[in-house]
Design a binder for this molecule. Structure first.
Ligand code: PLP
Length: 394
């Protein structure tokens, strides 16, 4: 039977550099010792206190259908948090609880784009972005950034691709580059959105992982609250990746329609998960900082190790749990380097090209293993790069 064009063409086709990742997984399954620096998931599990809150909620009976827009107390708590951090007046009616940030990204594009519309996103990008846009029948249009700009988008490049576009998706702090967009960059982006009448979809799931500067939500910029949908999540901030709990914050009219969409798709998020998320948010910044701390530590370790060599160039990691390394001095692109590193050193990293053409001369290293092991792997990675730079592959 024929399936829809939309579903069969959701992914762009081709391996996109994921062959290195799958090869590493196969090696591990076959019993080989591979150091995995690929996926953006904490090396700790969800805090037992959060699990206790989840357990108490479930045993207390919160296992039936939960309110589709989200449990009122959690919507209020998210609204309060967003208002406190951004200064933008935010109430329960501005918040929809979603099964994770990914479902929020899909719903936000569904709410802003009709089939055939262009939807802009910044290259390099989080891997699901193009497929999410195709999934709602829209056309993914990448806006390429440059390593020499620290992969920050230039407003004129966004404007140049904006014909026929309804939305622009940005991500700060950024996966995969670690860039944190400053006020000037965000002002420039906001100007294009206002000039070209674009919705801004702002993926802020790494907002608690900022190492340099501060997180600024573009929803707080003049004229932007009415055209911005913010995507938030408990996944990264509270090590709750498997619980699938996030949110969309936006104008009340948009949220009303998004609640209708949720009624016809997810039918909400389990009540006991929402109660656990509420408990986690009530613990305040201390818990968030404790969860972010290992990445801050490993980033400092990496800066120290990488400062002792000059083959791999580290893009200043201002936020999130990744390092972006320029490997071009080895004579290889990111894909060939990652493949050779896996073969020679049994270290798995992501080729930059898996995140778009703009990062093809790079690799992304996830800082998601214990400090000592992470430092040792980086030392081996640097030694491998130095060797390759001396003896380029023929
Ligand atoms: N956005 C970015 C940039 C991500 O890196 C991720 C996960 O890695 C997500 C969204 C989705 O996160 P979740 O659906 O777990 O909230």
């Amino acid at each position: 039977m024929q399936l829809s064009h939309r579903i069969t063409h959701l992914t762009g086709g081709g391996s996109d550099g994921w062959d290195v990742f799958y090869r590493a997984r196969a090696m591990i399954a076959a019993g080989e010792a591979v150091t995995e620096l690929t996926i953006g998931e904490h090396d700790i599990r969800t805090d037992p206190a959060i699990l206790a809150a989840m357990d108490a909620s479930a045993r207390g009976g919160h296992t039936g259908y939960a309110e589709v827009p989200g449990v009122a107390a959690l919507r209020d708590r998210v609204a309060e948090r967003v208002q406190a951090r951004s200064g933008v007046p935010t109430g329960r009616g501005n918040v929809l609880i979603t099964p994770g940030g990914q479902a929020g990204l899909f719903a936000a594009h569904s709410a802003t784009c009709d089939p055939g519309d262009a939807a802009l996103f910044i290259d390099p990008y989080y891997v699901t972005y193009p497929g999410t846009i195709r999934g709602v029948g829209a056309r993914p249009v990448p806006v390429r950034t440059r390593p020499e700009d620290g992969f920050l988008p230039r407003p004129q490049d966004i404007a140049a691709r904006a014909d026929g576009a309804k939305s622009l998706l940005i991500n700060t702090p950024n996966n995969p580059t670690g860039a944190v967009y400053g006020r000037d960059t965000l002002e420039g982006i906001a100007q294009v959105c206002r000039d070209r009448d674009l919705w801004l979809i702002s993926d802020e799931v790494y907002e608690t992982q900022v190492w340099d500067g501060a997180h600024l939500s573009p929803r707080a910029l003049p004229g932007m609250a009415d055209r911005t949908l913010v995507i938030g999540s408990m996944s990264k901030s509270h090590a709750m990746t498997g619980s699938r709990c996030g949110w969309i914050v936006g104008p009340e009219a948009a949220i009303t329609h998004l609640v209708n969409l949720a009624t016809h798709t997810t039918y909400g998020v389990p009540g006991f998960v929402q109660d656990a998320a509420l408990f986690a948010l009530e613990q305040g910044e201390e818990m968030e900082q404790a969860i972010a701390a290992p990445f801050r530590r490993r980033r400092a370790l990496a800066q120290e190790i990488l400062s002792r060599q000059n083959v791999l160039r580290l893009l200043p990691p201002q936020g999130a749990m990744y390092l972006m390394l320029d490997v071009s001095a080895t004579g290889m692109d990111g894909h060939d380097f990652a493949a050779a590193l896996l073969d020679a050193q049994r270290i798995a990293v992501m080729p930059g090209g898996s995140f778009g053409a703009a990062a093809s001369g790079h690799i992304r290293v996830a800082m998601t293993i214990a400090d000592a092991e992470f430092a040792a792997a980086l030392e081996r990675l640097c030694a491998f790069a130095a060797e390759r730079a001396r003896e380029p592959a023929v």
